[in-house]
Design a protein around this ligand. Sequence first.
Ligand SMILES: C[S@@+](CC[C@H](N)C(=O)[O-])C[C@H]1O[C@@H](n2cnc3c(N)ncnc32)[C@H](O)[C@@H]1O
Length: 353
Amino acid sequence: MPQVEETLHKIILGDSRDLSLIRDKSVNLVVTSPPYPMIEMWDDLFSSMNNDIQSNLKSGNTMAAFEMMHTELDKVWQECFRTLDDGGIMCIVIGDSARTVGGNFQLYPSHSRIISKMLSMGMSFLPSIIWSKPTNSPNKFLGSGTLPVSAYVKMEHENILIFRKGGRREFTKAEKPLRYESSIFWEERNEWFSEIWKGIVGKRQELVNDGSRKRSAGFPIEIPLRLIAMFSIIGDTVLDPFAGEGTTSTAAMLLRRNSLAVEIDENYLNRCRNNVNSAQNDLNRLIDERILRHSSFIMEKKNRNLEYFNRPLGTPVVTSNEQWITMNKIQDIHQTKSSSIFNAEFRISYCDS
Ligand SMILES: C[S@@+](CC[C@H](N)C(=O)[O-])C[C@H]1O[C@@H](n2cnc3c(N)ncnc32)[C@H](O)[C@@H]1O
C-alpha cells in the first residue's frame, strides 16, 4: 500500500488574478467561494480593482458594475483553469445577490454569470448542488408581506457549481490504491452525491456588527470536507484562490490532501494561518465523528448481513470498495520557515492507521 505520511499546506498573500507562482496543471481540485458581486461588503475590494465599478454603483448603473466585478473574477477563473490538471474539478460556492439601488430592487445572478465564463473557457459543467440553508430570520420574506404584488421570493440557498477540465481523470499506477483508500462510505455517497444539501448551517457574507467592521464570509468546514472527499484522492493538491479564513486548507489537511491557499487581505491571511496552525484537535474530533456516524449507520443495519469488513477502521461496510478506506489522525502540525513567496508553509504528519 503506498503511504501518504505527510502533506504540505502553503498560505500565500497575493492576488489570485495572477497565480504565476503556481505551475500549469499542478492542481487536482479547486474548492472556493469568491467575494459575491453586488454584496455591499465587497464593493470597496472590487472598486480597488477597477475605479469604474465605484462610479457605476454611484450612478445606479448596477448591471455595468455587476459585469465589471465579474470581469475581475474571470481573471481568477482563467488562472484556476491554467493551474488545474486535465480531468481536474472546480467547485465554486456562489450565492446570487439581491440589492436595492436608487429605489430599484433586483437580483444579480452570479451563478449564471460564472457558468457562462466556465463554458467559454472550455470547462464541462457537471450536475451541481443546491445548498439549502433555511433561515429563521423574521426578515426572510422581502417586500410587502401578504399584499400582492411587491413581495419577493425568499432567498435560502447557495449554488455549489461543479465543473471539469477535459474528460474523466485517468489515474496512474501509484494513484490507484490511494483512490481506494480515499473511498467514502456508501451512506455518505447517498447523501453527498445528491442534488440538495440540507442541514448545513451557513454563515452569511456580511460585516459582523460588533463595531470592529470585522467581516464574516467563511463557509462551514462540512462543505469543503464533502467536496474534497468527493472529487480528489489522498495526496492530491487542492487550491483555494479566495482562501479567507482557510477553511478549504483545514479540510484538505484532515483528508490528507496538500493545499494552496491564496488570500489578498492580510487580516484574513493571519486568521487563515492561525486556523491552520491550531486545527489539530478539532480536525481529529471530526474523524471520530465521521467514524461514529458510520457506526450508527451500521447499528441500524444490524439485522442485515454485511459481507465486507474494513480492517484499518475495524468496521463492517456495505461495498467492497469501502474495505480500503483509511482515516489517519493528525500527529503534528509543523510550520516550516516562511519564504518570500509563500507567506507560510505547514507540514502535517499523520498517525499510523
Ligand atoms: C467569500 S470569502 C472566502 C471565505 C472562505 N471560503 C472561508 O471559508 O473563509 C472571499 C475571500 O477572497 C478574498 N479575495 C478577494 N479577491 C481576491 C483576490 N483577487 N485574490 C485573493 N483573494 C481574494 C477576500 O479577501 C476574502 O477573504
